[in-house]
Write a protein that binds this ligand. Sequence first.
Ligand code: ZN
Length: 214
Amino acid sequence: MLGMIVSLLQSNITVQATVYKDGFTYQKLPGRIKKKINGVSFHKNSSITYDDLRYVKVKYYNFNGKVKTGELIVNKKIAKKTVKIFYELFQIKYPIQRIRLVDEYQADDEKSMADNNTSSFNFRTVAGTNRLSKHALGLAIDINPRINPYINSKGVLTPGNGKIYKVRDVKKCKGKYARYMIQKNSQITKIFKKYGFSWGGDWKYSKDYQHFEM
Ligand SMILES: [Zn+2]
């Protein structure tokens, strides 16, 4: 009974959001979000708790140039940096197709990537290994993953529907959105690096063009 009352009280507490700029906020996970991610992108574990995570809202320009609102879950250590980065991207009208929680895809990374969805937190291992991904700690953000695929050291590319974007030379790539591909000298790469992130496109044995991590 007491447990029921406590959880009832907790779910009714309004979590205060920190506003960086209009439309760019972060806050502790609201009850509805905990409920949504529990057993989906979040699993009970010894590495990370709900309290280590923040629910982030940002505005962005989609591929049609329309202003949209996106939601992300990131580690509290990078919450402020995340809103600052996305604010800078918004200022330069950086095109992002969509920003939704990976839970909208049953936490299936392949599905989320195939939909070109930008996201961060997902309690999972690195594909093909039993090593925890930086995404499991909310310390990595994937941007437009279909057009910025991950190519492992054996040359296998994910998501499968991003194959055409294996060709990274804008002039040679036949993909419809080739001009939006992340390059070493792209503004987005410079912005993330300025805040201390490293870019998966710089990796030696594999390439993860969508991936920025702290
Ligand atoms: Zn990633």
